[in-house]
Design a binder for this molecule. Structure first.
Ligand SMILES: *Cc1c(COP(=O)(O)O)cnc(C)c1O
Length: 407
């Protein structure tokens, strides 16, 4: 029998629909000055105003006047695109200035910008791994898909240590031939758990066993540390981490990714990473807005303070109502529902009855059976937004079986 391709793909889609993990995107229209409010465009063509409670634009920098002005200016000055790959006419002064700003952010010799945080992780980890002969990569069990992909692409051996478990990490380090090169790859803030890695302890182990450290600060940059350098800055470990990776897509409110580190390491990635080399570089407007955002958050603490206050109030209200959110130390508040259909149901009720948008998080973003709502109180929310959300969740918790059933 010949293959019916269309039918085959339809069957695969039916499977994930039955599992309750078919993804339905919410179409939003963000409006400058109004975030976290946005216009929701429903599948039936109707529209309404909703409050977003799951955005990574944690500080509202995506609508900051300085960030927008920088993008406008660069667009007017230099046009829409960069015009080439970094090597062939696509390195603009905006790239160079942004990379200087990033090296300064992390007090490192060098920095390199990528199309996205995903591409930065994939490109940097695969290249570091490939260039180190017989390298062993130690990876936290909850590392982001982009790190896992980079490690796989390095074609080197890897060992997975239990999430944030330094004893397990040490057991594994002990078992490796001391002469072998080693990379420890981990995140600072785990974005689906909301917990924070023991960076100092991991750096201690890296020193003891002579391993390179690679830290994903995607959910840390802009938000932690006196200049927004991330959790490593906040706990005074910047100089002990060999390579730090971050994004402009989250707290900085723009898009693009980057690494920082010693010049030799960053230059090696620049020279060998295919996902850096063979792609058109980011446009001036994006780079200029990212730099404006990074520079602003180096000197302004107002946004961080506002977010911290909102998160504190939100957590304290949820604790008061007995809602079982995951007790991380970060700004992220995950509420585990534990079943994909329940999780989607709660999310649908929030949208339908309360004009609140929280996307259900399902497999493969989180393991099956741990489906959750990932709630983010941003600097752009008002204290009324925060209290209202806490009230709504308490109501739902008391009245609705979906949340309760899973607890
Ligand atoms: C979002 C994310 C990335 C990817 O960053 P983008 O700039 O969105 O591609 C990398 N690591 C972690 C932990 C993330 O959550």
């Amino acid at each position: 029998m010949t293959m019916n391709y269309t039918e085959h793909f339809e069957t695969r889609l039916r499977d994930i629909k039955e599992e309750g993990r078919y993804r339905i995107f919410a179409t939003l229209e963000r409006i400058v000055g109004r975030f976290p409010q946005a216009i929701y465009h429903a599948p039936d063509g109707s529209k309404k105003e909703v409050t977003i409670w799951c955005s990574n634009d944690y500080l509202g920098m995506g609508q900051h006047p300085k960030v927008l002005a920088a993008a406008h200016e660069a667009l007017e000055n230099s046009g829409a695109g960069a015009g080439g790959t970094r090597n062939i006419s696509g390195t603009t002064r905006y790239h160079v200035e942004l990379e200087e700003s990033l090296a300064d952010l992390h007090q490192k010799e060098s920095a390199l910008v990528f199309s996205s945080g995903y591409v930065a992780n994939e490109g940097a980890l695969s290249t570091l791994g490939k260039l180190l002969p017989d390298c062993m990569i130690l990876s936290d069990s909850l590392n982001h898909a982009s790190m896992i992909h980079g490690i796989k692409d390095s074609k080197q051996e890897k060992l997975i240590y239990r999430h944030n478990d330094v004893e397990h990490l040490e057991d594994l380090l002990k078992s490796i031939d001391p002469k072998r090169p080693k990379i420890i790859a981990f995140e600072s803030v785990y974005s689906m758990e909301g917990d924070i890695a023991p960076i100092k302890e991991i750096c201690d182990l890296a020193e003891k066993y002579n391993a390179l450290t690679y830290l994903d600060e995607v959910h840390g940059v802009g938000l932690y540390g006196p200049r927004g350098g991330g959790v490593a800055e906040e706990c005074d470990q910047l100089d002990r981490v060999d390579m730090i990776e971050g994004t402009f897509g989250k707290a900085y409110g723009c898009m693009g990714g980057f690494i920082t580190g010693k010049a030799a390491l960053v230059d090696a990635v620049r020279s060998f990473a295919a996902s850096f080399i063979f792609t058109t570089s980011l446009p001036p407007s994006v780079l200029a807005s990212a730099r404006a955002s990074v520079e602003h958050l180096k000197v302004s603490d107002v946004e961080r303070q506002k977010m911290r206050n909102n998160v504190k109030q939100f957590k304290s209200r949820l604790t008061g109502s007995g809602l079982p959110f995951m007790q991380g130390e970060s700004h992220i508040v995950p509420l585990v529902v534990g079943e994909p259909n329940c999780c989607k149901e709660v999310s649908d009720i929030l949208m339908r009855d309360y004009d609140i948008y929280v996307q259900p998080i399902n497999y493969p973003t989180v393991p099956k059976g741990t489906e959750r709502l990932r709630l983010t109180a941003s600097a752009a929310h008002s204290i009324d937004d925060v209290n209202h959300m806490a009230d709504v969740l308490q109501d739902l918790w008391e009245s609705h079986h979906a949340l309760r059933a899973a607890a």
